[in-house]
Design a protein around this ligand. Sequence first.
Ligand SMILES: [Mg+2]
Ligand SMILES: [Zn+2]
Length: 219
Amino acid sequence: MKTLVFCDFDGTISRRDVGYNLYHHFSGGRNDLLLPDWKAGRMSSRECLTREAEMVTAKTEEIMAFLDQFTIDPGFPEFESLCRRNGVEPIVVSDGLDFYIRHILSRNNLGHLHVLSNIGHLDGAGIRIEFPRTNRECRRCGNCKGEIIEEFRERAGEPVTTVFVGDGYSDVCATRAADLLFAKKDLARYCLEHGIAFTKFDTFFDVSRALIDLGHWRA
Ligand SMILES: [Mg+2]
Ligand SMILES: [Zn+2]
């Protein structure tokens, strides 16, 4: 059966959460006041992201220079090659912003990856966010990963196994759409609390090993 692979970016492909740290740094920590309402589902991601972005007043060069400190999971390049060897192109699904995802991926020779995310416009004074995707039903996410996975499944035109790898609250909708779920940090806690089956992972080395061991892929 064909496999489709979806990976979160912030805190999953990138070791640290780039979006959070970006808003935190350039808002002087004021963004933290919004997060309890967002984590509890009382504030939508769109409202939270829009308000966080409004708190950023920084030049484009400052924002881009801030990105230099972020590294990716050491097992991700190997995982990406493993996917390719097995005829699968992993898709990056993110409720973060395109400019930092593409910048960090390109720096790691992964600029060819397909990215579905929100758009952040750097206008010289800060960040303005655009949400290119219209969610069908979800009112929680900016860019609903659960809906994206279901859309890919429908479009495949044949039975597929969907794999999702993530770490946080922006991945909650994906937990219901993925056949095989790899989770860590807040997402692993969420799955435990809600009785959702998942495989715990630390790095993408674990994900690669698990997919080979489960017999999905050849090494
Ligand atoms: Mg994340
Ligand atoms: Zn959603």
